[in-house]
Ligand binder design. Structure first.
Ligand SMILES: N[C@@H](CCC(=O)N[C@@H](CS)C(=O)NCC(=O)O)C(=O)O
Length: 227
């Protein structure tokens, strides 16, 4: 039975798993979720109570959480040539560390800032947003140091950590831009966005970017009208 991925094309978390699927060349059926639709949301919550996407379904098995989905795909569906989590324990640990750092200190604050903009004025949380911005600045400095001598986030090979990095940085850099203090991170970002599995994901995102609340800060090359 085919793998099914419940996803939305604007969602950074969904991008993380889409990049992994494309990178490992694993066929799947995408099920576009509209969580604004009450019936769709309740059906989805019945499948997975947090209501968070993406969600992978493999026959009767429901696999949640981006990191676990990629670990699962690596274990059960990847060919030996496409391992996004290395089987060597120490190399695997470094990939998992970078994956955590990117999810917790780039993806999460980025989502907090974007989510805040979607609220009504009265419900906004300026202190939370300021904290999220300073977390992003801290994470950029931390990544700048980690990237010394590396091609990809965790070393020489494209890994799960890069699947996390690409969408997180794609949106985060529209909120807190990279500066001259981050030459390694800026060069890494360029490697990421031109990597085929990432470029394909970003290309598929283009038609939806008009709904991104900070679209005015998105570089033109990522927008649909760019040649
Ligand atoms: N830790 C989760 C985070 C998932 C998550 O936050 N998903 C967001 C989209 S990026 C979502 O489902 N948002 C919809 C909502 O919260 O209603 C993972 O890595 O899978």
């Amino acid at each position: 039975m085919a793998l099914t991925l419940y996803f939305h094309p604007l969602s950074s978390c969904c991008h993380k798993v889409l990049i992994a699927l494309y990178e490992m060349q694993i066929p799947f059926e995408g099920r576009l979720l509209n969580l604004g639709d009450e019936k769709e949301r309740s059906d989805f919550v019945a499948l997975w109570p947090t209501g968070k996407m993406p969600l992978l379904q493999d026959g009767d098995r429901v696999v949640p959480e981006t990191t676990i989905i990629i670990e699962y795909l690596t274990l059960h569906h990847a060919s030996r040539n496409y391992r996004l989590v290395p089987s060597d324990p120490d190399a695997g640990l470094e990939v998992r560390l970078l994956d955590r750092l990117l999810d917790l200190y780039v993806m999460t604050p980025m989502q907090a800032i974007v989510g805040d903009r979607l609220r009504t004025e009265a419900d906004r949380d300026p202190i939370g947003v300021a904290k999220a911005r300073s977390t992003l600045a801290m994470a950029y400095d931390m990544l700048e140091q980690r990237l010394a001598g590396r091609t990809w986030a965790a070393g020489e090979h494209f890994s799960m950590a890069d699947c996390a990095a690409a969408p997180a940085l794609f949106y985060a850099t529209t909120l807190v831009p990279l500066t001259q203090a981050h030459p390694l991170l800026a060069a890494y970002f360029e490697r990421l966005v031109t990597h085929p599995a990432v470029a394909r994901t970003l290309e598929e995102t283009k038609p939806y970017l008009q709904f991104y609340p900070y679209k005015e800060a998105m570089p033109r090359r990522f927008m649909p009208q760019a040649a």
